[in-house]
Design a protein around this ligand. Structure first.
Ligand code: UD1
Ligand code: UDP
Length: 351
């Protein structure tokens, strides 16, 4: 059996690494294709060494572009690779444009596709990721879900039961494997008590008004607590366009995985719009405030530490106040977020 994996953006790497390792242990032939959607060293290369992933066999080097251009470019360049490499199965991860492009190419070439992290739904089609999720799931042959709600969503969309496999969360596989090393990693900030911030959703960062209002809030918070903010490249440019004085915030470049985990694990609170960070904080039992109107990861709210505050600044302040007073839900990791999700995927694929 030959499995070809498609990765392209930062959150893909920590999901693919454990699946590749589990398949390698079973002696499966594997090919790794990087689409080049993310290309800065600190958004891509650094993860390969930290996650001990093999270097990509092929890099499509598509780079940035509009949704249509980027997706189409990945499809065009990927088609010939799939035809040439002749995989039995293609694995796609998460909900980025590289995921969607991979699923579309495979569907047209009649190559079976496995979607890892299937079934998540925000029910908000203004998010590009929601379109990617819905279409990728529709086209995939194996739907590996991280939590029960994801399976329920797929059933409600009429997906056949025998395509759905509840395996747990592969991102937590990577977290669990590297947590002992992260715990020994020096914190990139001197403060003992701090808030950790990540922001990259278009709704929060593409409009100057939205981003300016969040930054104002962070400046206010910095009077009380150190604010550490590793800035996504999408957000970096917007911040400089605003010309605000952000000297009181610790703005950093995007961090390598280990350094980010080290910060996340010890944070007093995490303020984010990332999907993966909502899950990691739930696992780590670190309070998380999500600056989005909704989440496709509801178990992080019902079972974990996540509170969705949207763009309600009053609610953000209220929830922050509670957390800083030590009054927050500890929650617990959802079932099967146990470090073995990738092994369960490998078992199904190798059958
Ligand atoms: C993408 C995903 C998003 C995911 C995020 C993870 C889609 C539609 N979006 O968003 O779901 O949460 O990755 O981080 O697939 N850029 C650089 N260097 C890079 C990469 C990007 O400078 O290495 C800049 C470019 O200006 C680019 C912008 O960031 O135009 C956005 O990159 P893109 O990959 O289109 O979307 P993300 O916002 O990163
Ligand atoms: N992450 C990282 N360095 C950073 C910010 C995030 O290593 O500076 C990791 C984080 O631990 C998680 C993943 O990146 O594993 C989340 O990716 P991202 O927020 O880019 O995308 P999303 O999950 O929102 O799609």
């Amino acid at each position: 059996m030959h499995i070809l994996h498609i990765v392209g953006a930062r959150p893909n790497f920590m999901k693919a690494a454990p699946v590749m390792r589990a398949l390698q242990q079973r002696g499966t032939k594997q090919t790794l294709v990087h689409t080049g959607q993310h290309y800065d060293a600190n958004m891509s290369e650094v993860f390969f060494s930290q996650l001990q992933m093999p270097a990509p066999d092929v890099n499509l080097e598509v780079g940035s572009g509009s949704h249509a251009r980027q997706t189409a470019e990945i499809m065009t360049r990927l088609e010939s690779v799939v035809l040439e490499r002749k995989p039995d199965v293609v694995a796609v991860y998460g909900d980025v444009n590289s995921t969607l492009a991979g699923a579309l190419v495979c569907a047209k070439l009649l190559v079976p596709a496995a979607h890892i992290e299937a079934g998540l739904r925000s029910f908000d089609r203004t998010m590009p990721e929601e379109i990617n999720r819905v279409v990728t799931d529709r086209l995939s042959d194996w739907l590996f879900t991280p939590s029960e709600d994801a399976g329920t969503n797929l059933q409600q969309e009429g997906v056949a039961e025998d395509k759905i496999f509840l395996v747990g969360n592969v991102m937590i596989d990577s977290l669990l494997r590297l947590l002992p090393l992260a715990a020994k990693t020096d914190s990139p900030v001197p403060a003992e008590r701090y808030a950790l911030v990540t922001l990259h959703r278009p709704a929060n960062v593409d409009s100057g008004n939205a981003l300016g209002s969040i930054l104002e809030e962070l400046l206010q918070l910095s009077a009380q607590l150190t604010v550490v903010f590793p800035v996504h490249p999408r957000t970096r440019q917007r911040i400089s366009d605003l010309g605000m004085d952000l000297g009181r915030l610790h703005l950093l470049d995007p961090l390598p995985y280990m350094e980010f985990l080290a910060l996340e694990q010890r944070a007093a609170v995490v303020i984010t719009d990332s999907g993966g960070v909502q899950e990691e904080t739930t696992y780590l039992r670190v309070p998380c405030l999500t600056l989005r109107a909704n989440t496709e990861r509801p178990v992080t709210v019902t079972q974990g530490t996540n509170v969705v505050v949207g763009n309600d600044r009053e609610k953000l302040r209220l929830e922050l106040g509670k957390i800083l007073d030590g009054n927050f839900k500890a929650g617990q990791p959802p079932p099967l977020w146990d470090g073995h999700a990738a092994e369960r995927i490998a078992e199904v694929l190798c059958k």
